[in-house]
Design a protein around this ligand. Structure first.
Ligand SMILES: [Zn+2]
Length: 121
């Protein structure tokens, strides 16, 4: 999205994914769930349109997402939930930071520990 002025369409709701901090694809990329090689072939969607991931973003600027059913974080292991919240909230804040920066290489988008893992391969 940074390279391209035009937004991508969400595969869930069909509307524009306007900002990088709305992007489920880039969120999963910065936290290491999407490889750089598959970034451009993976379908885009809004973070909010992927509630099982979005529920782990805990930030005053992010409107809380709740999931009903077996993937509801209130039903999951507390330790796992804390780890996920820490990682995914940091990832989301990283996207907010990146939105205000220019000239950052796509390979430098991910969180530091994810970049380290990428270098090791
Ligand atoms: Zn959507």
């Amino acid at each position: 999205m940074a390279q391209c002025e035009q937004g991508y369409l969400c595969s869930v709701c069909g509307s524009d994914v306007e900002n990088i901090w709305d992007s489920d694809l880039y969120l999963r990329y910065v936290i290491g769930q999407v490889d750089p090689e598959t970034l451009h072939t993976t379908r885009e969607r809004h973070i909010r349109c992927n509630p099982t991931l979005a529920q782990f973003i805990v930030d005053p600027e992010f409107e809380l997402v709740l999931v009903e059913g077996p993937f509801d974080k209130r039903q999951l292991d507390a330790f796992y939930v804390r780890e996920q919240e820490r990682l995914i909230t940091r990832g989301w804040r990283r996207l907010k930071d990146l939105a205000h920066q220019e000239g950052v290489s796509l390979l430098d988008y991910p969180l530091p520990e994810v970049r380290d893992r990428m270098k090791e391969r």
